[in-house]
Design a protein around this ligand. Structure first.
Ligand SMILES: [Zn+2]
Length: 122
């Protein structure tokens, strides 16, 4: 399952970052997911819950922010957003644009949590 491997790497990455910052636990994670990632929100939320179990992220809520597909149009010389995600065509001039500016990324934007007492005392 595609979403489970994504969820596992998100949990690993956030857990490591949280540990490095002295967090005792993480209560929320915001994730930016490009429209072309082929990720289903509900499946990712479910997979995240599974992957987070037994880690400092257990019970954390996952906020998924969708980033739209954006293309560079070499004719209009600007970044455009296609009418349909899978159509790499400029909505202004109708020419095809091959260069993807965004839409395939998967980025951990932020996470919130509780700093452990030991770290807070330092
Ligand atoms: Zn164009």
């Amino acid at each position: 399952m595609h979403e489970l491997s994504i969820a596992r790497s998100v949990v690993d990455e956030v857990a490591a970052a949280a540990f490095a910052r002295g967090f005792a636990w993480v209560s929320g994670v915001r994730l930016e997911v490009g429209s072309l990632c082929g990720v289903i929100d509900g499946a990712l939320e479910f997979a995240f819950e599974l992957a987070a179990a037994g880690t400092p992220l257990e019970g954390a809520c996952l906020e998924i922010v969708r980033t739209p597909v954006r293309l560079w149009c070499p004719t209009c010389l600007k970044v455009v957003q296609p009418a349909e995600d899978a159509m790499f065509v400029c909505p202004d001039c109708g020419n095809s644009c091959g260069e993807l500016v965004s839409g395939r990324e998967l980025v951990i934007c932020a996470f919130v949590g509780q700093v452990s007492a030991a770290a807070a005392a330092e």
